[in-house]
Write a protein of this length. Sequence first.
Length: 158
Amino acid sequence: MSFYNFENKDPDAEDIHYMKLALAEANKALTEDEIPIGAIVVSKNRIIGRGYNLTERFNDVTAHAEMQAFTSASQTIGGKYLTDCTLYVTIEPCVMCAGASYWTQISRIVYGAREEKRGFLSKGANLLHPKTQLKGGILAEECAELMKSFFAKKRENG
């Protein structure tokens, strides 16, 4: 795994870097005709977990990108708590994934685009762990465009 030092750069540079990697995961989902959402978990500038939406492949409504990344990260570190970690996800987490993040005690969640209909923020509920910091809007246009083009193609093809 690669290590990166972002100390002397724009404060958003690290978040942009890792969101690009989450977008790469979302593109993997797209190639498998899954809803294109990608996620990675980072600890101390090291990627410890990755995931993308696999609900169609597994025929499992819980196989969201965040859930895959949480499981991968927990296996990497050998524990269920992701304190001192950041989740990067291309789309605002849903209620289920926000709830799961609570149980992981993750320190930070950085998302790309809002999910107005199904995102946890629209539900008016504070589902995150009290110590979890939330930051949105990183590469929001790129993240949103993947979703928009995916669903437009689905509508075209019936």
